[in-house]
Design a protein around this ligand. Structure first.
Ligand code: SAM
Length: 348
């Protein structure tokens, strides 16, 4: 067993590594180490969740955004983005269909759309909560005040996804316009926890300027913050952004990080993301085999799916049938897993 494999086993036992051990690991890991981590992460995931995969129905309800993140295809200054905003009725229809398909979590995601602020979102959340008392509602709509997060929670949202994007403030400044602040982002994550949400943070793997030191900081930040969910996926360039000529993040590194996250925090809700599937055929299966336990099929209406284009060639597969009759279920069964009709709460 080599030194990296010893580090991976230490992580499995202690659920933490010191900074210098992370640095050594990220500086020298090999495909063999990645495989080794995956075997152990899969074992830990199976101990926690058996062969159960949780699914979430993803509704991308608006691609308007007031922010101008340098990496993102729906950034404000992308004049080529075809903007759309689903009506409340359409969102409720998506939930209705999603419920019939077997989803017991709805994820409502959007850009930071001023026209879809709390005055519209709170009544919508209340309606979904009332209609589907047995479902979890995840919101992913960006930065708000503590009071607004509390109001979203009180209206019935149960989880909130807000990727921190990077654990390093200087790196954050290279990925975002001056107006956006890392400190604010982190404050939001703490506010979300305080409001009672199962909270998800996360980052892009291989985003421009990302270094080994940054990866070390990611693992330490997540260890300290102890989120209930972590969303990571490879960075993928979008042709209408300043990062159009940057390289995509590595699938191998994303899979390695999924395994390390599982070993660090065994009960984490960890999705195999769309970005992974976009870069790699059967990327979601590989994500599950690396230790992920969640999949988020798109249940947005067909005509808007290709407009929520965060990056080039975004995987566009959605779901239009009962999840138990779906090709996705067969894909999971092929690798030994079973999709379950369940809210899939943290700690359940
Ligand atoms: N507005 C909400 C927010 O900021 O959290 C949610 C929507 S935002 C578009 C969702 C996530 O997409 C971001 O947190 C970011 O990590 C990811 N993303 C955006 N552009 C990307 C790209 N080019 N490659 C990979 N992921 C990207």
């Amino acid at each position: 067993m080599n030194d990296n494999q010893k580090r991976i086993l230490r992580l499995k036992q202690e659920h933490a590594l010191p900074q210098e051990e992370w640095f050594a690991l990220f500086s020298s890991w090999t495909p063999d180490d990645r495989e080794f981590a995956a075997v152990h992460a899969k074992e830990i995931a199976q101990k926690k969740f058996g062969n159960r995969i949780y699914v979430r129905g993803l509704i991308e309800f608006s691609n308007y955004c007031k922010n101008d993140c340098l990496y993102c295809g729906i950034r404000r200054s992308n004049a080529n983005a075809e903007r759309y905003r689903l009506t409340e009725d359409t969102i409720l229809e998506c939930c209705h269909a999603g419920y019939q398909y077997g989803f017991r979590t709805f994820v409502l995601q959007s850009g930071e759309d001023g026209a879809y602020g709390p005055e519209k979102l709170i009544p919508l959340l209340k309606k979904i909560r009332q209609t589907y008392p047995d479902c979890a509602i995840t919101l992913s709509a960006g930065e708000y005040s503590y009071e607004t997060y509390q109001a979203f929670f009180d209206a019935g949202a149960t989880r909130y996804l807000l990727r921190h994007e990077t654990a390093d403030p200087c790196h954050y400044a290279k990925l975002h316009p001056e107006k956006m602040s890392w400190e604010k982002r982190i404050q939001c994550l703490h506010d979300l926890k305080k409001a009672g949400f199962q909270t998800g943070c996360g980052f892009m793997v291989g985003s421009p300027f990302q270094t080994v030191e940054h990866l070390v900081k990611e693992m330490l930040f997540i260890h300290d913050f102890q989120p209930e969910m972590v969303g990571i996926g490879p960075f993928i360039p979008h042709k209408d952004t300043p990062f159009r000529n940057e390289k995509s993040g590595s699938v191998e590194l994303t899979l390695f990080l999924l395994s390390l996250l599982r070993l660090q925090q065994p009960d984490l809700l960890l999705p195999a993301t769309t970005a992974l599937e976009t870069l790699e055929h059967q990327g979601r299966e590989k994500g599950i085999l690396a230790g992920a336990n969640v999949i988020m099929p798109n249940i947005s209406p067909d005509d808007v799916r290709k407009k929520y284009l965060l990056y080039d060639n975004k995987f566009n597969g959605g779901l239009k049938e009962n999840i138990l009759d779906s090709p996705l279920r067969k894909q999971m069964q092929k690798i030994g897993y079973e999709i379950v009709i369940d809210r899939g709460d943290h700690g359940a």
